[in-house]
Design a protein around this ligand. Sequence first.
Ligand SMILES: O=C(O)CCC(=O)C(=O)O
Length: 234
Amino acid sequence: MEQYHNDGFLKVPAQDYGIDDQLKTSLRQYTSEGNLLNEEIWRRNSKDQGTLTLQQSYIQENVQAYINLLVGSGLHAILEQVTGRSLFLTNLMHLVTDQQCRTLRWHRDSYLRNGSWIGPLPPPLKCAVYLNGAGPDSSVTGFIRGSHRFDPKNMYVDLLAAYTLFPYQAFQSVGEGDVVIFDGSILHCRKKLKSDKTREAIIFGLTTHTNGQQPYREDHQPVIDAFMDATGIQ
Ligand SMILES: O=C(O)CCC(=O)C(=O)O
């Protein structure tokens, strides 16, 4: 718990929660090469530097597998224990990063500028499940350790810090099914792929109050409903 609060991110190894081969197979049922080329199923998201993104209708078709991953596996309970907060699902993305994707530069999901908050408020908690592992050469999410505790409230100082604070940069290696949870107000990035191994990840967004789910309801209602049913929250 202390490490998460100090660093702003924490790795949870696959063996610490209940992900098994059956669940992995179910989650990867649309990831064949043929399907990845089918724009009905996977679409390149220009805002996310060309990352292949599974369309929401397929996430909804397989919603129980995603909820089993988050809730049934015990992962959600670990997230609450580590952060010391109640956490409510807002959205989820299933992403494949390949050679065509560009670098997603250093950014924070939520930050204060000129007295106004930009991005979700309160800042989200993100939970990335790396289905086929990742590392410094295969587009693992990178962080500036501890930067969630330091917001200079100035875009230029922030970016300068991100590109110069090398000792604080963290690009870890993660295995199949390993999870990294991170505070959405931390400086984070995703570098261009430098190997032939594509990266496949599911990223859950969570908030600390059910009010925070409101802006996501239009696009993610079935996923939010399934999460609320599985956790027994009214
Ligand atoms: O795909 C990644 O590793 C980065 C994701 C990201 O920036 C985010 O979820 O806010």
